[in-house]
Design a protein around this ligand. Structure first.
Ligand SMILES: Nc1ncnc2c1ncn2[C@@H]1O[C@H](COP(=O)(O)OP(=O)(O)OP(=O)(O)O)[C@@H](O)[C@H]1O
Ligand SMILES: [Mg+2]
Length: 213
């Protein structure tokens, strides 16, 4: 059986990742892909254990402060659990996996945002995931203040959303640097456009990569 396809939507807070992940699923369905051949994931999370880890990562606690290295390791604990128990089996069964965040977010948030070295992140990534990479990463770029405004409309902020503006500027810079270094596997979308324009750009990317074509 042909290996499936792992498509990841990445970007900052409130960029529209979850909205566009749903649009990618709609695109696949239109192209005749059946529901049981499409798996949606989100990170951190996507399995019962990884969702428990997500809670630790997102919660703001008064009694303890999660240090950056612990945050990094928890991200990879959740990711490897998801990759090995959900994503890899789905891909081996020839399915499409549409992921809401993956590896690039760790380079951006724990690297750019928290200041952990790229080398440490890469060595942990390589140790637990080896040569596993998404087939396509769609980076949704938006100025942080616009994205936070969108995300903030939904009420209470989580541990990441309450970071300061500089943090999100550093995150955005790493996302864009990675795109510049890997335009072959990362596609860039201007996420501050209206819904129809963003959706159209994503469809153009999927068509150009012959996804479900
Ligand atoms: N192109 C768009 N223009 C305006 N609003 C949008 C657009 N895309 C999504 N939204 C709205 O912005 C909000 C954030 O979108 P969404 O939840 O998809 O972002 P996200 O990147 O998944 O956010 P988070 O980082 O919090 O998971 C939602 O209310 C959504 O309806
Ligand atoms: Mg989301």
């Amino acid at each position: 059986m042909q290996r499936g396809c792992f498509i990841v939507v990445e970007g900052g807070e409130g960029a529209g990742k979850s909205t566009m992940a749903a649009e990618i699923v709609a695109y696949l369905r239109e192209r005749g892909v059946s529901d049981d051949a499409i798996v949606r994931t989100r990170e951190p999370g996507g399995t019962p254990i990884a969702e428990d880890i997500r809670k630790i990562l997102k919660d703001i606690r008064k009694d303890d402060c999660l240090c950056p290295e612990a945050e990094l390791l928890l991200m990879y604990a959740a990711r490897v659990q998801l990759v090995k128990t959900v994503i890899m089996p789905a891909l081996e069964a020839g399915k499409y996996v549409v992921g809401d965040r993956h590896d690039l977010s760790t380079l951006a948030y724990q690297g750019g945002g928290r200041g952990i070295s790229r080398e440490l992140i890469r060595s942990i990534r390589d140790a637990v995931l080896g040569d596993f990479y998404p087939d396509l990463t769609i980076l949704m770029d938006i100025p942080p203040e616009k994205g936070l405004l969108r995300a903030g409309k939904r009420g209470e902020l989580d541990r990441f959303e309450q970071e300061d503006r500089d943090f999100f500027e550093r995150v955005r810079k790493v996302f864009l640097d990675e795109y510049e270094q890997h335009p072959d596997r990362i596609a860039l979308v201007r996420a501050d456009q209206d819904f129809a324009a963003v959706r159209a750009d994503i469809r153009t990317i999927l068509e150009s990569k012959c996804i479900a074509g």
